[in-house]
Design a protein around this ligand. Structure first.
Ligand code: AKG
Length: 293
């Protein structure tokens, strides 16, 4: 058992477009920007009460920390609940229940009055601003986004911990084939280096986020997220511009995801076990190659 090596994310108080492009977007380097939301109405208004007041009788799908098993899709929620009642839980007790990808335009379009798409050189996909909610025990499984966006993740109310890993480190992360996550048995808080030796070579970037912080996550970056108390975040995404990343995005969205779903339906747990074995075999082979180079 052990800990990942991590370095703290670069933090800046404010940044203009030219600086962002030169120092972060072009080299694809994460950065936490503290002042990006300070002039948004959301900076003053967004808190759990504000969202709860607008929840009405909406019913939302909820996820917990348990990984999907057998024929269950990774996108299948654990349960459904009224948004008002869910936020009441977030406010009053620790919970691992999360909302993943609550589409603002579909569900609470009035919120778009409260924020801007920042002018920092990213071509944001304006139709898909999304919120994420979690409680003090929520952990978002380690993954990268299927559409490989350059994204900016904004946090509101409470605190959260985000650990990022660059795409170059994928070879040591026990990535599961035909997926965007690593082996779900790995405890990202206390990784077992005897069982998963390649993890010793991984280096993360640690970002501790509080109200109003904005984290730039370059395309393909892995993220492992823990909510330290009840809060919520918004992600704005920009489609990848590099042609290879764009092609990978099309492959992920239009082929890989569907292929994996079909295989899961046919073979259930057998398919998951097979992929896990492959992940271990491939990663340990990468490790050997690296050691003997
Ligand atoms: O913070 C969360 O709950 C998940 C966020 C996430 O995975 C993302 O923005 O890609």
């Amino acid at each position: 058992m052990g800990n990942f090596k991590t370095t703290p994310v670069t933090r800046v108080k404010n940044i203009n477009k030219a600086e962002f492009i030169k120092h972060y977007y072009e080299p694809q380097k994460p950065v936490l920007i503290e002042g990006l939301t300070k002039n948004w109405p959301a900076h003053k208004k967004w808190c759990l009460n504000y969202i709860q007041d607008r929840a009405g009788d909406q019913i939302v799908p909820l996820y917990d920390n348990k990984p999907a098993k057998d024929k269950q899709s990774v996108y299948a929620p654990t349960k459904e609940m009224g948004l008002y009642d869910y936020i009441e839980i977030l406010k009053t007790q620790p919970t691992d229940l999360r909302i993943f990808f609550y589409e603002i335009l579909k569900n609470m379009p009035e919120l778009i009055e409260d924020f801007d798409f920042p002018d920092i050189g990213l071509k944001f996909f304006k139709r898909l601003p999304a919120l994420f909610f979690g409680g003090g025990e929520s952990k978002v499984f380690m993954h990268y986004d299927i559409d490989l966006p350059d994204s900016v993740h904004f946090h509101f109310e409470g605190d959260k911990s985000v650990t990022l890993f660059s795409p170059e480190q994928t070879k040591y992360l026990y990535k599961v084939p035909f997926s965007i996550h690593n082996i779900d048995k790995i405890d990202m808080d206390d990784p077992d280096f005897d069982k998963y030796p390649a993890l010793q070579y991984v280096e993360g970037i640690q970002a501790n986020m509080k109200h109003g912080d904005a984290l730039y996550m370059p395309s393909g970056y892995w993220h492992y997220i823990k909510y330290l108390n009840g809060g919520f975040s918004m992600t704005l995404r920009a489609l990848p511009r590099h042609p290879i990343r764009f092609a990978n995005m099309l492959y992920n969205v239009f082929f890989m995801r569907h292929f994996d779903n079909i295989a899961r339906k046919f073979w259930g747990q057998k398919w998951l076990d097979h992929k896990e074995k492959l992940a271990i075999k491939r990663t340990n082979r990468n490790l050997k190659n690296c050691i003997f180079q």
